[in-house]
Design a protein around this ligand. Structure first.
Ligand code: UD1
Ligand code: CA
Length: 448
C-alpha cells in the first residue's frame, strides 16, 4: 500500500547552541533529516511532507535540494507533536493510504523496522507505534500495554509513579491510515502537563473509538535522537562503527578501522585496501582491489580497480582515477580524469584536466587552470612525459607521446611527439662558484 511520510522537523534544538537548524546538522556528510527520510527506503512512499518551523527557509531549501517533490509545511508555533502532524492535513488531502510519522532529529531508524510496522498494519492493527526497551527510560513517553494491545502512551510529565516504572518507551514513530491519523490528531487537546497537543494521545482517543493499537519494538540504538552536540558526536560514532563493520564484512581490508571515516554513501569494493587515517567525504566509489594509502582525503571521486592513491593524497569532486593509475603523496586532483596506468606520483595539482593513459607527470607539475575569472581545461595525451615543475597554463593541450622539459611553462599546445622547452637558457661561468664562496666567507670573516 502507498504510504505517506510526515517528518516533524520544526524543533529549535536550542541545546545545539547553533545558528543552523538542528535537522541540518550532519552525520557522515548527510543532514539529519535526510537520514531520517532514508529510513523509509523499504516502503512504497507516495508523498513526503516535512513540517518546518525554526529556520523554516533553510530547512525547506535543503528538503527541496534533497528531492524537489518533498512538500514543506510550516508550523510557526511549536504547539506539540499532534499539532505538527495536523499541519500536514492539506498536504495529505486525497493521498489516502497509510501515513508514517518520523522525527527529523532521529536519523537511524532502519528501513526493516518501518517495514515491520507496515506488516502490522497489513495484519489489521489500526495504529502501530514503534517502541523500545530503554536502558534508562528517563523522560521518554511510556507505553502502557495489556498483552499484545497498546492501551495508551503517557508522557513522562503526566505519568503516575507506577507508569514511570515502565521501561517500554515511545520512539515517536507512529503509523496509521492517513484519514484515521488526521481525524485523531484533530481530536487531541492540550490539557496536560506541557500544555501541548500530543501526537501520543491518539492511541487513547483511538481506543475509545474502537480502534486497536500495537507496538513494534526496535533496538534503542535505532531511536537515538540528536539534541546536543554531544548527541551529534555520539551519532557520528555510531554511524562510523556500523560503516566500518559493514566494510569489513564486505571484504574490504581496513588496517586500522577506527581511524577510517566513511560518508553515508561511500562505496568500497571487495579486496580494496584502506590504510589508516583515511577520510571519505560524500560521493566516493573505490573499486575492487584499489588501495587508498594513509592520510588521504577523498570526496566526489571515483577510484578504479588496481589504482593506488596516497599516502597524503587529496581527491576532490570530479576526480576519476583510472585502472592501475597512481596518485601519490601531496597530490591534489579536482575534476580531472587520470587515464589507465597514468602516474602523478608527487607534489602536483591537477585540476580541470584529462590525463591520457600511461602518461607520467613529474614532481611539481601544476595545471594553472584558473585565470582569476574562469576555469580552463588541460589535456595531456597518452604516454606523454611531463617534466618536473612543468606549469601547464590552461587552456592547453600536450599531445600523445610529447615531452615537456623540466621547469617549462607551457602556454602553447604541444603537438604529438614533440618536445617543449620553455625556460631561460643556462650559462656556466668558469670558476665563478668557488670565487663567489671565497668572497662571501672573507666578508663574514669566517676563513676558508
Ligand atoms: C516525544 C514523544 C515521547 C517520546 C519522545 C521520543 C510526544 C508528545 N512525545 O517527546 O512520547 O518518547 O518524543 O523522543 O510526542 N516537533 C515539532 N513541532 C512541535 C513539537 C515537536 O515539529 O510542535 C518535533 C520536534 O522537532 C522533534 C519531534 O517533533 O523532532 C519530537 O518533539 P519533542 O518536543 O522533542 O518531543 P519529546 O518531548 O521528546
Ligand atoms: Ca525530544
Amino acid at each position: 500500500m502507498a504510504t505517506q511520510l510526515v517528518l516533524l522537523a520544526a524543533g529549535q534544538g536550542t541545546r545545539m547552541k547553533s545558528d543552523r537548524p538542528k535537522v541540518l546538522h550532519e552525520v557522515a556528510g548527510r543532514a539529519l533529516f535526510a537520514h531520517a527520510l532514508a529510513s523509509a527506503g523499504e516502503l512504497d512512499i507516495d508523498r513526503r511532507i516535512v513540517v518546518v518551523g525554526s529556520g523554516a527557509e533553510a530547512v525547506a531549501a535543503a528538503a527541496e535540494a534533497e528531492d524537489p517533490r518533498i512538500v514543506t509545511v510550516e508550523q510557526r508555533e511549536q504547539l506539540g507533536t499532534g499539532h505538527a502532524v495536523a499541519r500536514a492535513r492539506d498536504a495529505l488531502t486525497g493521498a489516502g493510504g497509510d501515513t508514517v510519522v518520523l522525527y527529523g532529529d532521529t536519523p537511524f531508524i532502519r528501513p526493516e523496522t518501518l517495514a515491520a510496522m507496515a506488516a502490522q498494519r497489513e495484519r489489521g492493527a489500526d495504529i502501530v507505534v514503534l517502541g523500545f526497551e530503554a536502558a534508562d527510560p528517563g523522560r521518554y513517553g511510556r507505553l502502557v500495554t495489556e498483552g499484545e494491545a497498546l492501551l495508551k502512551i503517557v508522557e513522562f510529565k503526566d505519568a503516575s509513579t507506577e507508569e514511570r516504572d515502565i521501561t517500554l518507551c515511545n520512539s515517536g514513530v507512529i503509523m496509521a491510515a492517513t484519514e484515521t491519523l488526521l481525524d485523531l490528531v484533530a481530536a487531541t487537546g492540550n490539557d496536560n502537563a506541557s500544555g501541548e497537543y500530543y501526537l501520543t494521545d491518539i492511541v487513547e482517543i483511538g481506543r475509545a473509538q474502537g480502534l486497536g493499537a500495537v507496538v513494534v519494538t526496535c533496538d534503542e540504538a535505532e531511536t537515538l535522537g540528536v539534541n546536543s552536540r554531544a548527541d551529534l558526536a555520539a551519532a557520528e560514532a555510531a554511524f562510523q562503527a556500523r560503516a566500518r563493520a559493514t566494510a569489513l564484512e564486505d571484504g574490504v581490508t581496513l588496517v586500522a578501522p577506527e581511524t577510517v571515516f566513511f560518508s553515508f554513501d561511500t562505496v568500497v569494493g571487495r579486496d580494496a585496501l584502506i590504510e589508516p587515517n583515511v577520510v571519505f567525504g560524500p560521493g566516493v566509489t573505490v573499486e575492487t582491489g584499489a588501495t587508498i594509502r594513509a592520510f588521504s582525503h577523498l570526496e566526489g571521486a571515483h577510484v578504479s580497480a588496481g589504482a593506488i592513491v596516497g599516502p597524503y593524497a587529496r581527491l576532490r569532486p570530479g576526480a576519476e582515477v583510472g585502472n592501475d593509475a597512481r596518485v601519490g603523496n601531496f597530490v591534489e586532483i579536482k575534476n580531472a580524469e587520470i587515464g589507465e596506468g597514468a602516474k602523478v606520483p608527487h607534489l602536483s595539482y591537477v585540476g580541470d584536466a584529462g590525463i591520457g593513459a600511461a602518461a607520467n607527470l613529474g614532481a611539481g607539475t601544476i595545471t594553472c587552470n584558473y585565470d582569476g575569472v574562469s576555469k580552463h581545461r588541460t589535456e595531456i595525451g597518452s604516454r606523454a612525459f611531463i617534466g618536473s615543475n612543468t606549469m601547464l597554463v590552461a587552456p592547453v593541450r600536450v599531445g600523445a607521446g610529447a615531452v615537456t622539459a623540466s621547469g617549462t611553462v607551457v602556454t602553447k599546445d604541444v603537438p604529438d611527439g614533440d618536445l617543449a622547452i620553455g625556460r631561460s637558457e643556462q650559462s656556466n661561468k668558469p670558476g665563478r662558484g668557488r670565487r663567489l664562496m671565497d668572497m662571501l666567507r672573507d666578508r663574514a670573516g669566517k676563513g676558508k
